[in-house]
Design a protein around this ligand. Structure first.
Ligand SMILES: [Fe+2]
Length: 396
């Protein structure tokens, strides 16, 4: 029950379905004539997808310029470089193509072109705010993970201070989000698992967030059901179309969940980990701390954990079903099932498995406390409790 009126924002026009990316050029055409494309570093530039998109944009009379140097944890400096390029090109529409990093960079470029830099000043708690209109952003996501196609968030890392932060403003929501499950068929297992577990985390953290909303809760529980059932299939067999479509839906729903509620302690820690070690994928950092955070938070979220236990128990097809367990027992055992689920999809369940040194515990604690997520956790950790939690997440 909620006694507080709550907003529910879905401001992106979505185009969902197999082959949907074939309509991207016509969507862009309606928004501008000079399209600045933001995409992932490396081979993406040479993919059929990008070539096809550029050919189609040319056919409809759109000039294109491409920034293809986005990295998995995009840095402030690469976003500034993209912003300068977009300004020089005279872009009037931004197209983000790729995973969450490309989509987030596209949003940041749109902000930087219209509002000026430095972009770091627009981070949560920064000195500047989004106060005017931005260039329209169209997204074509090629992974099922961050929900960036519907969210008002752009995450970036300051490589000088090792801080991973976010810009959050509803004007960052893309104008159009093209969601084509076909584009995810070739995503390798490790990336599928990491991005898919991010979906899981978005949904579950929306549920246990202190400001959770009944409008979001139902969406989030359905999302968790999809992830539990289909993520292991998508990891095991990348060309499983039903699994890929389910994860594309789950990713989008989870993006709507965090847009309207937010994330809690695991995301705060995972952001701090990413700020310290840029090579760790966001979803892997989440996985590595999830069991420890759930054990720490258990007493404050018995009902959600008990319900999650039942979802995971069904999805994992465990041989011994104990139907007589109390809610408290299920909640206590839920972190064990999370570990089994993570093992099933090949993700780490300890920070030590990421090759990190325990020397990083101190800066990770400091980084976590710089973000608002920990304050919205159902159990708010003290400094020493967070130290102990992280130490636990290093132990086998
Ligand atoms: Fe996330």
């Amino acid at each position: 029950m909620s006694d507080v009126a709550q907003d529910f924002l879905v401001s992106t026009h979505l185009l969902f379905g197999w082959g949907a990316s074939g309509r991207t050029a016509s969507l862009v055409q309606d928004l501008g004539t000079r399209c600045f494309i933001v995409t992932t570093a490396g081979t993406t530039h040479r993919t059929n997808l990008l070539r096809g998109l550029m050919d189609e944009l040319e056919l409809v009379g759109c000039a294109c310029s491409v920034f293809d140097r986005v990295t998995p944890n995009p840095t402030v400096s690469e976003m500034e470089e993209a912003r300068t390029m977009a300004l020089d090109f005279g872009a009037d529409v931004i197209l983000g193509v790729g995973g969450g990093s490309s989509l987030d960079t596209a949003k940041a470029v749109s902000l930087g072109v219209t509002h000026g830099g430095p972009l770091w000043d627009y981070r949560i708690g920064g000195s500047r705010s989004v106060n005017g209109s931005m260039l329209p952003v169209v997204t074509v996501n090629t992974t099922a993970g961050t929900g960036s196609q519907v969210s008002p968030v752009a995450v970036f890392t300051n490589e000088d201070t090792h801080s991973k932060m976010a810009i959050v403003d509803r004007k960052l929501c893309p104008a159009f989000g093209v969601i084509d499950p076909a584009l995810t068929l070739s995503v390798p297992p490790r990336v599928t698992a990491a991005t898919g577990f991010d979906v899981f985390a978005h949904a579950f953290e929306s549920i246990i967030h202190v400001n959770h909303s009944p409008l979001v809760d139902r969406l989030a529980w359905d999302t968790l059901g999809l992830v539990a059932q289909y993520l292991p299939r998508a990891v095991a067999q990348g060309d499983d179309q039903a699994a890929r479509e389910a994860m594309a839906i789950a990713d989008t729903w989870a993006g709507i969940c965090i847009t309207n509620v937010g994330t809690v302690l695991p995301h705060g820690i995972a952001m701090a980990v990413g700020g310290q070690v840029s090579t760790v994928m966001h979803g892997e950092a989440l996985a590595a701390v999830y069991p420890a955070v759930l054990r720490y938070s258990c007493s404050a979220v018995v009902e959600p954990l008990a319900r999650l236990y039942e979802i995971l128990e069904a999805a994992l097809s465990l041989p011994l079903k104990d139907t007589l367990l109390s809610a408290v027992d299920k909640a206590r055992r839920c972190p064990d099932l999370i570990e089994l689920f993570l093992q099933r999809i090949g993700l780490p369940d300890r920070l030590s498995q990421l090759g990190l040194s325990e020397d990083l515990i101190d800066p990770i604690v400091r980084g976590t406390f710089q973000l608002p997520d920990y304050r919205n956790n159902p159990r708010v950790p003290t400094h020493s409790e967070l130290m102990q939690l992280l130490e636990a997440s290093f132990r086998v």
